[in-house]
Design a protein around this ligand. Sequence first.
Ligand SMILES: NC(=O)C1=CN([C@@H]2O[C@H](COP(=O)(O)OP(=O)(O)OC[C@H]3O[C@@H](n4cnc5c(N)ncnc54)[C@H](OP(=O)(O)O)[C@@H]3O)[C@@H](O)[C@H]2O)C=CC1
Ligand SMILES: O=C(O)C1=N[C@H](C(=O)O)C[C@H](O)C1
Length: 268
Amino acid sequence: MRLVVAGAAGRMGRALIRAIAETEGAELSGAFERAGSDAIGKDAGELAGVGPLGVAVTDDPLPLVAAAEGVIDFTVPDATVALSELAAQARIVHVIGTTGMSETNLQRLDAAARHAVVIRSGNMSLGVNLLAGLARQAARALGPEWDVEIVEMHHRMKVDAPSGTALLLGEAVAKGREVALAEQSVRVRDGHTGARVEGTIGFATLRGGTVVGDHMVILAGPGERVELGHRAEDRMIFARGAVKAALWGKGAKPGHYGMADVLGLDRS
Ligand SMILES: NC(=O)C1=CN([C@@H]2O[C@H](COP(=O)(O)OP(=O)(O)OC[C@H]3O[C@@H](n4cnc5c(N)ncnc54)[C@H](OP(=O)(O)O)[C@@H]3O)[C@@H](O)[C@H]2O)C=CC1
Ligand SMILES: O=C(O)C1=N[C@H](C(=O)O)C[C@H](O)C1
């Protein structure tokens, strides 16, 4: 499968180039970056530390997308939305790891998914997608009298909060309780907040150092706590998940999919 990497010089862009290089059936056909990036003109393989691949980084996605079967995109929301329109025109697979999307951004991705195979997830690792299923089951079994708090920690360079994974886990808890996350989430606490409101789903964000990504779902009941967690140790878990998603998407009909579809996990 001919794949293009968006944001090729980023932390995830480089991991994606490595993951494509090691995956049978996947081939790097193009790589691009933001206009003005120092990476323009460099060999994508050298940038990623796998040796020359004969693919120079450019700043124009259009010809790359036109000649590819899929594009893998871990960039920023505005770039992802613009790229989704190109992927829709070319009717190819668009794997999206970018987090921090607004409701308007998501509506534009839904529009693109009428023509492209869009596979989007706040976390492409097997472990987190398994954890989401466990969190959903625990929330369903324990009920709203058990308070749910979702705690995440990431490296100091992360720009969005709560993380895409924390929101994915919040959605899983909300699904288990059959409520809408938007109506129950408490994303910030400061000052005299009053007592906790039953049924709310709280989020806490920590940032520092080089932490790849830690997530904990805490269910706190009377006199006991259940803690379900995941620690990412290497970005390659996300990159390998994204390449797997692209290969899965090659045979799929246009639509907006998630990693549960790719991994064949129970969504009930
Ligand atoms: N779903 C998942 O499993 C995971 C998701 N993520 C998400 O992926 C995203 C990227 O993370 P990370 O790699 O750490 O971030 P980085 O900042 O390291 O990488 C993003 C890259 O995208 C580039 N970029 C910005 N605008 C454009 C554009 N218009 N066209 C092409 N490239 C562009 C940036 O260039 P420049 O720096 O020059 O602006 C940068 O090189 C984040 O939203 C993060 O939360 C991360 C890990 C896993
Ligand atoms: O920005 C990151 O680094 C990560 N972002 C994703 C998120 O927002 O959850 C996934 C992972 O935790 C790393």
